[in-house]
Write a protein that binds this ligand. Sequence first.
Ligand code: SAH
Ligand code: SF4
Ligand code: F3S
Length: 438
Amino acid sequence: MAKLKLITFGCQANEADSEKIAGVLAQEGFELTETAEEADLILLNTCSIREKAEQKVYSLLGTFQKLKTQNPQLKIGLCGCLAQRDGVRLKDRFPYLDLVAGPGALIYRIPEILKGGTAYPVLPRPKEPLPLYVHSPRPRRGSTFKAWVSIMEGCNYFCTFCVVPYTRGPERSRPPEDILAEVQELLQQGYKEITLLGQTVNAYGKNLKPRTQFAHLLRAIDAVAGGEIRVRFTSSHPRDFTPDLIEAVAGLKSVCEHVHLPVQAGSDSVLRRMRRLYTREEYRAKVCALRRAVPDVALSTDLIVGFPGEREEDFQETLTLLQEVRFDSIYAFKYSPRPLTPAAAYPDQISEEIKTERLNILLRLQGEIALEQNRRRLGKIEEVLVEGGPNSKMGSSASGRTRRNQLVHFSQEFFVPGDTVFALITEAYSHYLKGKSP
Ligand code: SAH
Ligand code: SF4
Ligand code: F3S
């Protein structure tokens, strides 16, 4: 059998895509290997969300080029968002590349490209429906108990900092029947948790005929799953976080009490120039409505510091937003100018020093807030899906995640990954909890 070394960068959508790539190539006779030296094909599933993500790809490419001089049979390819963004130009820069293919639906064309049919990525066409799961090669899933289910591709929002609409193309949703067939299959295979994925997952259904809504899909999935599995979804756009969706999260047993709701910034002037299409107060009102309906909901968010023109007082508004909302966790990034995006050309770029300083201040504040939030879990009993075995660095015998998506380490019990167990929370830290059997 031919051997495939597959390296994934970027978000969960890319992880899901990699499982699909592995599935597509399994049909072509490839099995996965960890070792680059024994691979016949090395594929880098790339990300271009920030410059750092790209740099990692280029440095690895250099390493693999050396392998290719020793073994001329070796094929090297790039897929994913960077491949889509730069397309043909990558072949000019790295002439030894054998394959360049974009993300999402373009994955299914990799075999054709490998056979020399289509050399370069084509932009996803808006009207082209997504390939049906029921008729596609099955993904080679990395876990036997947790599964990604991509329910839509692309994004129509065009936030001024973000490259995703240019790499993943316009928003396209999968038909509900196809998603339900996939969920049903996962249930039969004994999966315990599914995460519905989309760049703006809660915008689901807008392009479908008949038009449908994300909350409807959640209800249909809950009806199939019957409360037996956990359902998560990410990422939500605040604009599409509707009262109907809040009601679904509150009412459906399988839907976990965790919402990832990227806010990006706390200042209205920055939000406007980011083209996020909501104000700070509108965002806060959604959070209030959600918490009223699901009092124990965990909230996480994404934040960018140092967006062009972000003044000190704008940044202070991001800090006060954190104090007011009190997120359970955040992902914070320094603004990185991206080719193709409007904000990259804004004249008032912020220096690296200021970005680093603001990021550190933000993370320090969030560390304190998260610790206070986590201390409120002490003494509670939480359902944990075990994901990891013993971890000597953490001094733990097993670890897993609560329905609120918090990491729990056990030190006494040797649970098996995939088990659903209960934990009495005994210790709280900024980024994890410790627990034992109640
Ligand atoms: N679709 C999701 C986010 C996808 S990208 C959403 O709309 O929320 C994940 C995160 O990366 C974004 O939420 C944003 O915080 C960050 N990000 C995107 N572009 C960035 C850039 N140019 N510089 C820094 N961070 C960026
Ligand atoms: Fe990017 Fe904005 Fe779309 Fe999210 S909503 S993927 S941040 S353009
Ligand atoms: Fe990166 Fe593309 Fe995801 S740019 S974050 S891999 S959508």
